[in-house]
Structure formats: C-alpha cells, structure tokens
Design a protein around this ligand. Structure first.
Ligand code: ATP
Ligand code: MG
Length: 469
C-alpha cells in the first residue's frame, strides 16, 4: 500500500506524527478510491490520535509556501489546501446520538471508535501513515471484501447507523449509484424501516446527496433505490406521481415515471450538466396534473409543458435548489421541450425555426439534447422517423442560425429609439411597436436588419397616429 501514498503531504504527515509521537491515518473516501483505482476528487481525510487542530498546524508549517489552514474549533477539525488537494484533519473520536438530532455528542476516542462512527464498511478503512507501520491497512469491518463483492453495508447494526444519522440512507443510495454497487439486503430493509427519520435532516444536506445521485453515470439506479425504500416519496412526491398508467376503452398511456428515468439516463449519457439532467427529471412533471381521457382521441396531457414550467420554482424552493439563472434555464427547457418534436412532425418552416432559435437562445443545443433523449419509444419505425425528422430540424437550425444569427438576438430597434423618434415617453405603445417589429422579423416578413426595421417602425407609428419628430 505504501507505494500508493505518492502525495508528498503523506511524507510530511509521517514526520509530524513521529515528532509529536502520535499516530495518524488516512481514512474514508481516499482509501476506498485508492483500492478501487478510482479517480479521487482530491480530498484526503486524516485521523490523528490526538488533536487534529494542533496536528494540522504542524503540517502546514512544514509545507512549502504559505499554506492557509482553516480551523473549525467547534468540530475539532482543521482543513488546508495544498497543491489542489483538500486535506482535512480530525482527532479520532467516539460519537453518541440523541433521538431528535443528527448532531452527535463527541468524545475523544481510539481509531476503532472513529471507524465505528463511519457510515459504511467501505468508507471505514484506514491506512497507517506512521513509521514503522506506514502503509498498513486497518480494516476492522472487512471493507475490502465489500469492495470486491460491490456491496454497501454499515459497520454496525444498520437500524442504529441509519437512525443515528438518517442522512446516511441517502448516502447509501448515492454510493450504490456512483460506484454501481448493491445495497446489502439487511441495510435496504433498515432504510425502508427508517426512511421516516429523514425528517430530522435539513433539506440542503438531502439535496446535496440527491444531486450527487443525479450526477452519476446512470442516475435511474438511484431513483429506483430511493423509490423502493420510500425515500423518494418523502423528498420528491411529485416525481412519484408520474407512476402508472390507466386503461380506458382499451387505451393506455406510457408510464411516465419509467419514461422520465429513461430520458434522464439518455441525457446523462451525453452530458454532465446537472441542470440539463434536472430539466430531464422535470420535463413531464405536469403530466399527472394535466392528464385527461378524450373519447375518440385517447389520453391527452394538454399544456403540460406550460404547467410543468410553472412547477419548477416551487419544486426548486422546496428542495432548496438554487433559485437563480439555473432554475430559469430548467424552466425554459421544460417549457420548450416539445417544440423541436412538434417542428419535426410538421413541415419545417423557416419562421418556426427562427422562432425557436429566438426563444431558446444559447440553450438551443441543450434543448435538442433533451428532445433527442425524450425519444424512448419501443417502436423502431417511430424512432427512425423521429430521428430523421430531427436531423432535418438540426440542419434547418444551422442554416437559419448562419443566415440570421438569431442566437441571443436583440431586435435592431430599441425602445429608446422608438421613444426618441416619435418624441414619446415610456408607454405601452413603445412595447407594441417593438413587438410588431420582432414578430415581422421572426415571421420573415421583413429582413433582419436596421433599415428594414426602421422603415417598419415609421409605418407602424403612423398607423398609431405617431409622427417622426
Ligand atoms: P466522496 O468521494 O464523495 O468525497 P467520501 O467517502 O470521501 O466520498 P465524504 O462525504 O467526503 O465522503 O466523507 C468522508 C468520510 O467521512 C466518509 O468516507 C465516511 O467515512 C465519513 N462520513 C461522511 N459522512 C458521514 C456520515 N454522515 N456518517 C458517517 N460517516 C460519514
Ligand atoms: Mg470526500
């Protein structure tokens, strides 16, 4: 193991440990990822049998350059950044929990105490950094075996582990999804039993784990696990509403829960953008609310894209997701998600493409990714037709984009110019004229340049009784 501890920081930790005559270990995610040959995201957790804060101070003093250390005295931890690595130090501790809080009572402890408080066997392994036993693996719960069997399992009785800190249930699903592991059946049962305990965890922490699940290579696996255990219903009931189908007059509709998961996996296969993945999750969210059976036609979900876009902000608010431009991006994609398909089904006219480009702006490529991912039909003839028509839409988009440069386009006539030209104050009329010009350009009635737009402004102004000053 020793030869894998190539980071120079380990050498320094060993020196400090020798001088202070105490033991230090690297523990948790770093050890797990090392054994899995998995790219580590550059954080290293160090446990020392002594004060983590004093230890960090000593390490920082020996590192090259001025390395700032952040101290969290309340938690007895310290953190430093060194050459892009985040190294966190903590004294070994024993934890005990009260019923109504996930914040433990903490006392100094041994390495084993510290390993006992860890969430999973694969996250509880430690490697000794102290001479003469540098590189020795300390693995009291046989985490190595669970890595080989690809199993997520708690070191102690899972009912206790999950009840003590219910966030660990989300973490179990998160690691199973990220690592493509199975949750041990007894643990899975315990999650089912303890799911309700999630209520003592803040939504911010839940969403952090949820977003890591969504960021995994095949996020649907995590959704299925959360669904099976009852966690999904607790944190995101709107999503569970998508489940099922009903048959009337021999007509059913697809199960939108599994459809949405397929769309999410499709998007995940082509993009790492978390917010595009959220758009996939939410694109059909209003289908349950808009579902109607129309005799002669079958099932309809009229205006589910409008209603869905409106549901984005309350959902983001509840899940403590950011209420900023990321949310607006998701709203926009949900609102527009049918447009390229409708376009593809119809004759692809220049004006329809122009309009779509204008509305989607820079997000047009993401919108096309989402729409492509939305094709989950099992009927190969349908799929072939969609994909071919999609190709047409793409070509047309490219052609019009080159010609008209409509991405992030602003109409050539501003409101200020309209006010100045006719000598009028800010008023509704200004908006009306501006809109008419925009419409005329999008419809292709006039070309997209200043002179044509200026002429139209004068004409429309005149119709409204305005004259050039
Ligand atoms: P990642 O690669 O995502 O950082 P990680 O295993 O390093 O995974 P962290 O959240 O960084 O996870 O936590 C570091 C270590 O701290 C874990 O490996 C685990 O041993 C321990 N840990 C973190 N959160 C908990 C928790 N809620 N309960 C028990 N142990 C935890
Ligand atoms: Mg980590």
């Amino acid at each position: 193991m020793k030869q894998h501890l190539t980071n120079p920081v380990f050498e320094i930790i060993a020196q400090v440990a020798a001088e202070m005559q105490l033991n230090a270990f690297v523990i948790g995610g770093f050890v797990r990822d090392l054994l899995l040959h998995r790219d580590n995201k550059k954080d290293i957790d160090i446990v020392v049998l002594g004060s983590g804060i004093d230890f960090a101070q000593q390490v920082a003093a020996r590192l090259e350059g001025k390395v700032p250390v952040k101290y969290f005295r309340n938690f007895g931890t310290a953190m430093l950044n060194y050459q892009g690595w985040k190294v966190e130090f903590v004294g070994a501790r024993r934890e005990s929990y009260r019923r109504n809080s996930r914040k433990p009572i903490v006392e100094d402890g041994t390495l084993v105490d510290d390993q006992n408080r860890r969430d999973f066997t694969i996250n509880a392994m430690a490697i000794d950094l102290t001479e003469p036993t540098v590189g020795r693996l300390i693995d009291p719960f046989n985490g190595i075996r669970d890595l080989e069997r690809k199993i997520i399992c708690t070191p102690l009785d899972p009912d206790i582990t999950f009840s003590d800190d219910p966030l660990r249930m989300m973490r179990a699903v998160r690691f199973a999804t990220q690592l493509d592991f199975t949750i041990d059946p007894a643990c899975l049962e315990a999650i089912r039993r303890n799911a309700g305990r999630l209520s003592i965890v803040s939504m911010e922490r839940i969403s952090d784990e949820f977003n890591l699940i969504i960021g995994a290579a095949v996020p649907s696996r995590g959704f299925r696990l959360m669904d099976e255990t009852g966690l999904l219903e607790l944190i995101f009931p709107e999503f569970c509403e998508l489940k099922g189908s009903e048959i009337i007059d021999g007509k059913g509709h697809k199960d939108n829960f599994y459809h949405t998961l397929a769309v999410l996996d499709n998007v995940a296969a082509v993009s790492d953008n978390l917010w595009l993945r959220w758009a996939a999750i939410l694109h059909d969210i209003a289908k349950p609310a808009t579902r109607k059976f129309v005799s002669g036609t079958g099932w309809t979900f009229h205006a589910h894209e409008f209603k869905g876009a409106k549901m984005v902000s309350p959902i983001f608010r509840k899940l403590k997701l950011p209420l900023n431009e990321k949310m607006r991006y998701v709203e926009k994609l949900v609102l527009l998600h049918l447009r390229p398909i409708v376009l593809a089904e119809d004759v692809v006219t220049d004006s329809a493409v122009r309009r779509l480009l204008f509305e989607a702006g820079d997000d047009i490529d993401d919108l096309m990714l989402l729409c492509n991912a939305d094709i989950t039909s099992k009927n190969p003839v349908k799929v072939k037709r969609y994909i071919e028509n999609f190709g047409l839409v793409r070509n047309k988009l490219r052609e019009i984009e080159e010609k008209d440069k409509l991405r992030n386009w602003q109409p050539p006539i501003t409101g200020e110019l309209i006010m100045e030209t006719f000598g009028i104050p800010p008023s509704k009329v200004v908006g009306v004229i501006k809109n008419l010009i925009t419409e005329a350009i999008l419809e292709g009635q006039i070309s997209n340049d200043y002179d044509s737009a200026y002429r139209l402004m004068l004409v429309e102004g005149l119709k409204l009784g305005l004259k050039k000053e």
